[in-house]
Design a protein around this ligand. Structure first.
Ligand SMILES: Cc1cc2nc3c(=O)[nH]c(=O)nc-3n(C[C@H](O)[C@H](O)[C@H](O)COP(=O)(O)OP(=O)(O)OC[C@H]3O[C@@H](n4cnc5c(N)ncnc54)[C@H](O)[C@@H]3O)c2cc1C
Length: 460
């Protein structure tokens, strides 16, 4: 980029919202992907913080005309290097798009600027007693635009699904600078191709999301969590499948390796209460009435007992439930210094037990350090490969390919929720028909004829 480019950007956003220079740019370069796995950032990049859609549109028109790469940065909680500029780029920081436009209680819809964080949104909804939003990836610093762009999931997807189930409309700026309004507050809308759904999960490669219109929900008043310890992993997964068939709709069903439950508890100064068993499930429930919650607990208890669980433990008090959530959340801090790569594969849930056995068998075969947790009722497994002496293991690529082979043999995917970003692009090509990738390229060319938006992400 040249002085002329810098001047133009300053003219659009003002000098206080233009950041340049190796030191100052550092905090705009990376997301939360493991440090050893980060894509190499181009530090010649500059960052801008536009105030509104019009400024953003002006930036895009200029970037498109000059063919300067542009990378959008949301909350930077992503786990696949998506917002890292690997070429000299304009980084668009969405932090000033932080206005809650409307909480429309009549339509049960919220209209939010894309830079509103999940935490900010949930705090706002707290003011409207009894209204909530269910999608919750682990880090509340994620922005609504980033969550839409990555089609985020999280533990509660068992009952509520992922972001694409909740978004009714978008405002977007195309790479050419044009502004489009897509969808709206409509429950039913069958007019034309559904571009909103195409953009969700496109990871900032097709356009920049500036506004989201999404559904909000009446909160459940009664909640409880159950810890169900099993000796055998198969018993735990059989119980999960029976629970899903029973008509009980859990909010979340989480599995973690026992040492993760225990280690995370210890790191928080607590004790993991399930002493017996090797396969502990955390089952979270919420219902509108107390009786419905009691009925859920009874059904789950019967199913767990039938599948040979040890005594199930109940957390009814708010604080006890929060403690379990904290322990589940702490696992990331507990293990993060050992991580080389964290995977996000998903298989049909009928194959989850076999698949997890495969992953553990393969880790053993390579004598690899590993840990595993799963949004088990979604078939979504996050297994980790650890560093060896602080470095990438020699067997990393081979082991990864063998894990993928196992995953594909069950009809699985390389990513259930985190996305492709810059670190899984070649992995995506392993699982997709070349014709499908060719169609992606065609779609990309229609949105972004000069290929300026987030180059190196998702597809080459
Ligand atoms: C501890 C932890 C736990 C997590 N748990 C989960 C989980 O359970 N489930 C889950 O799905 N994810 C999880 N994540 C990943 C992450 O929180 C999600 O991917 C989140 O949706 C990213 O949002 P963000 O605003 O941080 O996006 P960023 O990281 O800033 O960006 C992600 C991608 O979206 C693009 N992008 C961002 N904003 C926009 C926009 N306005 N318009 C167009 N493109 C944009 C970026 O260019 C990039 O390619 C977790 C992350 C952490 C750190």
């Amino acid at each position: 980029m040249t002085e002329k480019d810098y001047s133009k950007l300053i003219e659009i956003v003002g000098k206080d919202y233009f950041i340049k220079g190796e030191e100052d740019i550092e905090s705009f370069l990376y997301d939360q992907v493991e440090k050893t796995f980060r894509p190499k950032a181009d530090k010649r990049s500059v960052a801008v913080k536009p105030a509104n859609t019009e400024e953003l549109s002006e930036i895009m028109k200029y970037a498109n005309q000059e063919k300067i790469p542009v990378v959008v940065r949301g909350g930077a909680t992503g786990l696949c290097g998506g917002c890292t500029p690997t070429e000299e780029s304009i980084i668009i920081s969405m932090e000033r798009f932080n206005h809650i436009v409307e909480i429309d209680e009549k339509n049960m819809v919220a209209v939010l600027e894309a830079g509103v964080t999940l935490m900010q949104f949930l705090e706002e909804l707290d003011k409207y007693k009894g209204i909530g939003f269910p999608v919750h990836p682990g880090d509340e610093g994620a922005q609504m635009g980033g969550m839409a762009a990555t089609n985020a999931g999280g533990a509660r997807a068992v009952r509520h699904g992922v972001m694409r189930k909740h978004i009714l409309g978008l405002e977007v700026v195309l790479p050419t600078g044009e502004i489009l309004e897509l969808g709206g507050k409509l429950v039913k809308n069958n007019a034309g191709y559904n571009l909103t759904q195409l953009i969700l999960g496109s990871e900032g490669t097709l356009c920049i999301i500036t506004k989201v219109i999404l559904k909000i929900f009446p909160n459940d008043s009664y909640t409880a969590s159950i810890v169900a310890p099993f000796e055998k992993f198969e018993d735990a997964t059989n119980a999960v499948m029976e629970i899903l068939k029973s008509g009980v709709s859990p909010l979340a069903v989480e599995y973690m390796d026992k040492f993760l439950w225990e280690g995370s508890s210890k790191a928080l100064g607590m004790k993991w209460q399930a002493e017996k068993g090797e396969a502990d499930l955390l089952i979270m429930l919420s219902e509108k009435t107390e009786q419905a919650l009691i009925d859920d607990c009874r059904v789950i208890n019967e199913i767990c007992e039938k599948n040979h669980s040890y005594d199930t433990l109940y957390a009814e008090k708010k604080q006890e439930q929060l403690d379990l959530l904290h322990i589940r959340g702490e696992q990331y801090n507990f293990k993060k210094d050992w991580l080389y790569d964290s995977f996000d594969m998903a298989v049909p849930i009928s194959h989850i037990a076999e698949f997890i056995h495969d992953l553990k068998r393969l880790a053993k075969e390579y004598n690899a350090g590993s840990s595993l947790l799963a949004h088990i009722a979604d078939g979504n497994v996050h297994n980790d490969m650890w560093l060896v002496d602080g470095k990438a293991p020699e067997y990393a690529e081979e082991l990864k390919n063998r894990m993928y082979e196992a995953c594909f043999s069950y009809g699985g995917t390389i990513t259930g929720e985190h996305g492709v970003g810059k670190i899984r692009r070649t992995d995506l090509e392993m699982m997709k028909d070349p014709r499908e990738i060719e169609i992606y390229r065609g779609i990309k060319a229609v949105f972004d004829p000069n290929g300026i938006l987030n180059p190196g992400s998702v597809i080459a």
